[in-house]
Structure formats: structure tokens, C-alpha cells
Design a protein around this ligand. Structure first.
Ligand code: TXA
Ligand code: MG
Length: 314
């Protein structure tokens, strides 16, 4: 059931979460599938609803730094980043305290946890709930993330009973995941908080190439539409859809069965906002391949190219 994110429906969502049920809800990055992070039964339902492998840990969402400090150890640099970027699209991996009350299912056996404090409705819900909530992206495991309520319903089908509709997500791409190692910052997943913005903090950045599986869940094939996906396309072949960017030319462009432009003016923020929604729209039955024009590999383009690369991997 899709319901508007009104005050009454937010209360209903909190009731469901208290009863160990799942609720899909909007965040500033993508839609999330939320559950009580301290309840094994609730967390187990997430893995079943998404067909997610049990070895892939979940991000734990908190309403403020204090809530996080109850169950994990936060070093000075991580604390600095939390104070600077929370609430917002930054997840930090930090060590757990011994007596934490988080569901072990959410952690997939790791002794660290990825933490995020989201903006907007989701933050309000966690505050009222008074406990942390886990929330992976609200999509079937391995397929395209969702940025509106209808896409959530199409991806998760009957496996989610309540979807709070808060319109389309403002950023459209998942949070950036980082880990502090000594005095350096390691980027585990590029995302909505750009590398450049992190660099401005003056911390050394180690950006691992994603060939290495950083977290158990950093599988190569991800974000995959049913159609194949071809990056850096400069030409259209039969039965293809075109995902364009800017005003670049493309040979045989008129042969594309469908065509959408991520950002006509070549703006990477706008492209990130549209990415998953346009991939959903172009993923039609008669489309063999979605051809994507080159996206500059800088700023949010790094996160966009990361998603496209994983989506094209078969
Ligand atoms: O923007 C987001 O981060 C969204 C919204 C809903 O908050 N959530 C999201 O969750 O993208 P998910 O589960 O789709 O992706 C989380 C990633 C997974 O690749 C997982 O392996 C990694 O975070 N992860 C979780 N815990 C980790 C940990 N302790 N160490 C390293 N990576 C971790
Ligand atoms: Mg995901």
C-alpha cells in the first residue's frame, strides 16, 4: 500500500516498525526499506523481502550523534565528519562497542557498523522511534535502486506492505560510505557526497578501486536493469534505448527506440537525481540494451559511473 507521508501515516509507520514490520520510506538519497535495527525478527524480514544475501550488512540510521555513541566508538575524525555533514548523504564505518544492542543479523558478522543520519522525514521517524533503524535501498537485491514510491512497489512487490510516499528523492543516488583509517579517509562507496566536498576538509583520501570487494556487499553486479547496459556509447545499434548526457552527438541517435537525457545542460547533480528513475523508465521489454553516453569521471560523475559500471556487469 502506497500512502502519502502525512502526520497520521508517519504515526502508522512508527506503529508498524514497533511491531517488527517493514516500512519503505523516502530519504534524500534513495528510498529505504526500514526496520528496527535492534530486532532480529524485523531485520530478518528485510533480507527476505529484498532477496538479499545474509553476508551483506545493513546501514544503521540514527537521529543524531548521541544515539550512535550508545553502540559504537567514534574517533575524532569520524566525529568531525558527522558534525560537518549530518544529517546528510554520508555513511561512516566505525567499530562497535561490545555491549551494543543491534541485531547481529544486520551486521553480517562484522565488528564494525556503517552509520548514517538522514535528512527529513526519516530523521523525524527515527527520533520518534527512539531507536536506530536499518535501511537498505528499497529495491530487490542486485537491481536498480528506487527514487520514487511507485518504483519501490514495482521492485519489492508484495514483500513490502507499507510505502510512505514523500515524492522523488532530492539527490537520487546513495550515500557516500567512508571509513577513517588512522589519519586517512578511505572511500568504500562513492555516492551523493562528492569526493571534492570531502577533499575540502583537508583529510588524506584513499580511494580504493572497486575491483576489490571492500564490504561483503560490494558485489560487482548491482543496480542491474533487465536490459543490458553499455557505457560510453557513441553510436546506437538496433533495439537500443539511449541514455544521453549533455549535448554530445551520437551516431544513429534517431534509431534509438526510447531516449532520455540525464541532464541536457550537462549538470552532474541533475544527472545523479535522474539516473535510477531514467534507468527504470528505459528498461522496457523490447529493449535489448541501454546505451549510455560518456559521463565525465569527476565529482558526482564518479558515483554515477560506479553505478553504471556495476549495472553493465554480467
Ligand atoms: O543512501 C543510502 O546509503 C541508502 C539509504 C536508504 O540510506 N542505503 C543504502 O543501503 O544504500 P544499501 O544496503 O543498499 O547499501 C549499503 C552498503 C552495502 O554495500 C553494504 O555492504 C555496505 O553498505 N556496508 C554496510 N555495513 C558495512 C560495514 N560495516 N562495512 C563496510 N560496508 C558496509
Ligand atoms: Mg542498495
Amino acid at each position: 500500500m502506497i500512502v502519502k507521508a502525512t502526520k497520521e501515516n508517519i504515526s502508522l509507520a512508527i506503529e508498524k516498525l514497533n511491531a517488527a514490520e517493514l516500512v519503505a520510506l523516502p530519504t534524500e538519497t534513495v528510498y529505504g526499506l526500514a526496520a528496527d535495527a535492534t530486532n532480529d525478527i524485523a531485520v530478518g524480514k528485510i533480507y527476505r523481502a529484498k532477496f538479499r544475501p545474509l553476508y551483506n550488512p545493513l546501514i544503521v540510521h540514527v537521529a543524531e550523534i548521541n544515539m550512535a555513541q550508545q553502540f559504537c566508538m567514534i574517533d575524532d575524525l569520524s566525529l568531525y565528519l558527522m558534525e560537518k555533514f549530518w544529517p546528510g548523504p554520508l555513511s561512516l564505518v566505525v567499530p562497535l562497542k561490545k555491549n551494543h544492542k543491534l541485531s547481529s543479523k544486520a551486521l553480517a558478522g562484522l565488528n564494525s557498523v556503517a552509520l548514517r543520519c538522514p535528512r527529513g522525514i526519516f530523521k523525524e521517524i527515527i527520533s520518534e522511534f527512539k531507536r536506530p533503524l536499518v535501511a537498505p535501498s528499497a529495491n530487490k537485491s542486485g537491481s536498480i535502486s528506487t527514487t520514487n514510491a511507485i518504483a519501490v512497489a514495482q521492485s519489492l512487490k508484495d514483500n513490502v506492505k507499507l510505502i510512505l510516499d514523500g515524492g522523488s528523492c532530492s539527490l537520487g543516488i546513495e550515500s557516500t560510505i567512508v571509513k577513517i583509517s588512522g589519519t586517512s579517509l578511505e572511500i568504500l562507496r562513492h555516492g551523493a557526497l562528492s569526493c571534492e566536498t570531502l577533499q575540502e576538509c583537508g583529510i588524506d583520501i584513499i580511494s580504493k578501486n572497486h575491483e576489490v570487494i571492500e564490504a561483503p556487499g560490494m558485489l560487482s553486479s548491482h543496480y542491474a536493469p533487465n536490459a543490458l547496459l553499455r557505457m560510453n556509447a557513441t553510436e546506437i545499434y538496433p533495439k537500443e534505448a539511449l541514455l544521453a548526457f549533455g549535448k554530445q552527438s551520437c551516431k544513429n541517435q534517431e534509431a534509438a527506440l526510447y531516449s532520455l537525457n540525464l541532464s541536457v545542460k550537462g549538470d552532474l547533480e541533475e544527472a545523479a537525481h535522474n539516473l535510477f528513475n531514467y534507468m527504470h523508465i528505459l528498461d522496457q521489454e523490447n529493449i535489448k540494451t541501454i546505451a549510455v553516453q560518456p559521463i565525465p569521471n569527476k565529482s558526482l560523475g564518479i558515483a554515477i559511473n560506479d553505478r553504471l559500471k556495476r549495472a553493465s556487469f554480467r
